[in-house]
Ligand binder design. Structure first.
Ligand code: C2O
Length: 618
């Protein structure tokens, strides 16, 4: 079990990436890219395409690979997800955006035409991009922005993955302007089988919504006064289920506002549904009277004997759950509830309604849907006003069919962090590394993993006030340990690695780490590339809460990158007003910058917390 001391110095204790407890300073030595979209209300109206929430029962799940091509146009349009009209960024006029559905092994081609007035990049959250870092979609990391008026083609091969994913814009926090949607990969290898374990599939997308464009909010967050007098992530104007929120129009004077009906999810009685929940806000999710049998966390199939009343789900995470529609009959209706975990947002007013609702409505085949609202009540054991955002406890579930890889036992790595990210959007790190250069540690916290093996990354959430969701690109990770408090290098080194959970660790790509607590995540460093590791609170990401891991720099030099991807960085593709040194907005320094304790990896006490929000059934 060699601990590579030589890496201790090179690596970074990766702390406080998301912490949000520091005063503002604006880094103004380089031009700030404001990304100002047109403020005149675009004529095109956004549609909510309800077809994306029901997966087709006739989609053929097979291991015979095909190429599936999607043509997308990004545009500015006027929409009102919560009833309040505003300018939005959308794909093919839809919010949420189009569904991508494919099989494991397929090649997915997405032709993205940028009809907006600012640059763009689309990320495929959870897709490993093995050998194809160039298609990861992060301007400044893996590509230059797709210029306004241009088309760029992403090509994804999903060789070894299946499950519930999503895609979203990765330019600033423009995913908050409407650029997100579902990405579902089927597989004959999926242990949950349509027709046996469930009859039909539904997608539920949970999110939050603001009435201002994201660039306005980020520009304000980077000022001393912040946005709406706070430098923290803003309290959402509305909470959305499947792109619909309900806003009280009586307070709206300057734009059109319509009170929306609750979103409806129709189900047939006496059937079963696999619900794929995709989440972009911290929530506790439940359906009145319908226990949730959880079958996947992110894209990892899990099994457990128990069903949940209420599922905690962090930003960026996904869960698959099976429900049985044997509770009611035609005409029955039940509330679907997503209660925001207020502990992920500072300053939530006490009178804020944290619960977004939808209606699960039983509609017999051939019958007309009823319209009365449910009279159902919430689970009596649900926890809606928790002061901490918990991650799903792993004690009630186990990874389905996971075989421990002996490589998991090998190497240690650790991180520290003093830097927030300055995004030189026209100098992507991938190309710097590919050309034999190295990353500047004063603009991006990064750790280098030179060869294939197993590595641990310790994430300390130094933030004593906010719980943060951490997401790693390129590599799902194994959660081998977590606990309260912060883990120092010395403590890590002193621990016996046998205290790690390596026999059946949960594997996922996004993890909630509660305030003042830590997690040790283990990756296999077999995917050459430069991979963001960031807080998935978009407002935190948007102001620079990101680090990267660099896997196998020597192999990065040999990655093949299509000419069109390289050409995105041509001088002719840099818009007027920007230069090659333009940065995207975002850079907040910690006032102390002093949490540079080294964190080694090794073990932990076995205390597993984070179980409070889960209510288990027998
Ligand atoms: Cu959901 Cu960096 O991504």
């Amino acid at each position: 079990m060699p601990l590579r001391r030589s890496h201790l110095n090179a690596a970074l204790a990766f702390a406080t990436l998301c912490a949000f407890i520091f005063p503002t300073s604006i880094h103004a030595t380089v031009p700030i890219h404001r990304g100002t979209p047109s403020r005149s209300a675009p004529a095109t109206k956004v549609t909510n395409n309800r077809a994306i929430y029901t997966l087709s029962p006739t989609f053929v799940i097979t291991d015979v690979p095909v190429t599936r091509t999607f043509d997308w146009t990004l545009s500015l349009a006027t929409g009102a997800p919560d009833g309040v009209e505003r300018e939005m960024m959308v794909i093919n006029g839809q919010f949420p955006g189009p569904l991508i559905e494919a099989n494991q092994g397929d090649t997915i081609i997405v032709n993205v035409r940028n009809g907006m007035t600012t640059g763009a990049g689309i990320h495929w959250h959870g897709i490993a991009q093995k050998g194809t870092d160039w298609a990861d979609g992060v301007p400044g990391v893996s590509q230059c922005p797709i210029p306004a008026g241009s088309t760029f083609t992403y090509k994804l091969t999903v060789a070894n993955q299946f499950g519930t994913f999503w895609w979203h814009s990765h330019m600033g926090n423009t995913m908050a302007d409407g650029l997100l949607g579902p990405l579902i990969i089927h597989s004959p290898n999926d242990p949950n089988v349509r027709g046996r374990d469930y009859e039909s599939e539904r997608i539920i997308i949970l999110g939050d919504w603001m009435h201002d464009m994201s660039d306005v909010i980020i520009a304000d967050l980077l000022t001393v006064d912040g946005y709406r007098n706070s430098t923290g992530a803003p309290v959402p104007d509305a909470l959305l289920i499947n792109g619909v929120g309900v806003y009280n129009c009586s307070s709206v004077t300057n734009t059109s506002c319509t009170t929306q009906p609750l979103p409806e999810i129709d189900v047939v009685p006496n059937s079963s549904y696999r619900i794929r929940i995709i989440n972009t806000m911290h929530y506790k999710f439940s359906i009145d009277s319908h226990p949730l049998k959880i079958t996947a966390a992110d894209d990892t199939a899990i099994s457990g004997p128990k069903a949940l009343h209420q599922l905690p789900i962090g930003i960026g995470q996904r869960y698959d759950a099976i429900i049985k529609t044997t509770v009611g009959t035609h005409g029955s209706a039940y509330y679907v509830r997503a209660a925001m975990c207020a502990a992920s947002i500072a300053n939530v007013p006490s009178n804020y309604d944290i619960t977004a609702l939808a209606v699960l409505r039983y509609v017999a085949t051939g019958s007309k849907a009823t319209t009365t609202l449910p009279s159902s009540t919430d689970w009596s054991d649900s926890v809606n006003n928790d002061t901490t955002c918990y991650d799903l406890d792993t004690t009630g579930t186990s990874v389905f069919g996971f075989i421990t890889n002996s490589a998991l036992e090998s190497i240690a790595h650790f991180f520290w962090n003093s830097v927030t990210w300055t995004n030189y959007i026209y100098k992507p790190m991938l190309f710097t590394l590919k050309n034999g250069g190295s990353l500047n540690s004063s603009i991006i916290t990064h750790a280098i993993f030179p060869s294939t093996g197993a590595a641990d990354i310790i994430i300390n959430n130094h933030d004593g006030g906010i719980d943060h969701p951490y997401h790693l690109h390129g590599n799902a990770f194994y959660l081998v340990s977590r606990g309260s408090g912060l883990l120092t290098a010395t403590e890590y080194a002193a621990r016996n690695t046998s205290s790690f959970n390596t026999t059946n660790p949960l594997r996922r790509d996004t993890l909630v780490i509660s305030r003042s607590s830590y997690a040790i995540i283990r990756i296999i460093t077999d995917n050459p590339g430069v991979w963001p590791l960031h807080c998935h609170i978009g407002w935190h990401l948007g102001v620079g809460k990101m680090a990267t891991i660099v896997v196998q720099p020597a192999a990065i030099r040999n990655l093949s990158v299509p000419a069109a991807a390289t050409a995105l960085c041509d001088a002719s593709n840099i818009p007027a007003g920007d230069t090659v040194n333009t940065t995207a907005p975002g850079r907040k320094r910690r006032s102390t910058g002093a949490d540079l304790t080294a964190y080694v990896l090794r073990g932990l006490n076995n205390a597993i917390e984070h179980r409070r929000a889960i209510k288990l059934l027998d």
